[in-house]
Design a protein around this ligand. Structure first.
Ligand code: HMG
Ligand code: MG
Length: 298
């Protein structure tokens, strides 16, 4: 099978569900993830080994992983903030983890209770353990186009943190517009600045859609050379430490965009719409995906 032209990281079962008031049991989360894999998604965030006191929606990520069959070509990733989370990832046989920090000090303290430099220091033993166990590590930088508390964030902060994560051994750096406030010209400047320190092939776009700019921003990132995109089926989610922020760009919208442009995603649109319906039905919400709405109407 030919390689997709763009890679989608499905974050609905982590970034999506972590911000829903209703907590889904592990069996439903695992069934949801299996539907995403059936739709052709090959990179799926399955949960987070974070403190359940901080993010109760991600409790029992171990049970979610246990309920997932191993599938050829499908990678389930989990968020880990520290060695404690990494130990759980190893215990549960994870092949990929994501570490996460921010370009804003205030946000980072609210999110993981430490400064940016403290978080980077915490990641050293996490990455060492990952190497020892043959686990791939992805790195997230939040607040790349603004902070929910401090407002503007200098691009130099994003570049510094991205470069550090890359040199520490992350195979990809995901640039998070946590508050979904950026516009395409911001994205172009951001990618061009980061690509001076991290190869553009190792950058991913993680755009929330709070201000309705996420599809336009993904296109700007694509035009700047990015080929990896984080998305959330049905536009699920937000960030518990970014009040008012809505979900990620919807997976359905990116599949429609890229396939329409002739860029293969390897994802079946109808199946991914159905996977979104599955989660929405349990959450009692309506899809935030324009494409899912249009698909159902036609
Ligand atoms: P802390 O309170 O400073 O932790 O929280 P601590 O080290 O002082 O430990 C306190 C207690 O937590 C102890 O338990 C530890 O064992 C336990 P006790 O002795 O009191 O019973 N603990 C843990 N339990 C489970 N898993 C762990 C863990 N570590 C310690 N890994 C901590 C620090 C990092 C744990 C906390 O702040 C936390 O869990 N934060 C998670 C926040 C989070 O998940 N945010 C959402 C994800 S980030 C995001 O959405 C942005 C992103 O999408 C990109 C974007 O859009 O920008 C990625
Ligand atoms: Mg996010």
């Amino acid at each position: 099978m030919s390689q997709p032209a763009v890679r989608l990281m499905e974050v609905g079962a982590r970034d999506g569900l972590q911000n829903e008031t209703q907590i889904l049991p592990p069996s439903i989360r695992a069934a949801f993830i299996q539907k995403l894999a059936n739709a052709g998604l090959r990179h799926i965030e399955a949960g987070a080994f974070v403190s359940p006191r901080w993010v109760s929606q991600m409790a029992e990520t171990d049970a979610v992983l246990k309920a997932l069959p191993i599938r050829d070509g499908v990678t389930y990733s989990v968020l880990v903030p520290n060695e404690h989370g990494m130990a759980m990832a190893i215990e549960n046989g994870c092949r990929e983890v994501a570490i996460f920090t921010a370009a804003s000090e205030t946000f980072n303290r609210r999110n993981i209770n430490c400064s940016i430099d403290e978080s980077l220091a915490r990641f050293e033993p996490v990455i060492a353990a990952a190497k020892d166990n043959g686990i791939r590590v992805r790195g997230y930088v939040s607040c790349v186009l603004g902070c929910p508390i401090d407002g503007a964030v200098p691009i130099a902060n994003v570049v510094r943190v991205s470069k550090r994560l890359y040199h520490m051994g992350c195979y990809e750096i995901s640039l998070g517009d946590t508050i979904g406030a950026g516009v395409p010209s911001d994205v172009r400047n951001l990618v061009s600045a980061c690509a001076k320190e991290v190869p553009v092939e190792q950058l991913a776009a993680h755009f929330h859609d709070t201000w309705g700019m996420a599809v336009a921003n993904c296109l700007a990132a694509l035009e700047a050379g990015v080929r990896a995109f984080d998305s959330s089926v049905s536009g699920l989610g937000g960030c518990p430490y970014s009040p008012g922020a809505t979900g990620n760009v919807a997976t359905e919208d990116l599949v429609y965009l890229f396939e329409g442009m002739g860029l293969a995603t390897g994802i079946d649109l109808e199946s991914v719409v159905n996977a979104g319906d599955f989660a929405d039905q349990y959450l009692g919400r309506k899809t935030a995906s324009h494409v899912a709405r249009a698909w159902k109407a036609t």
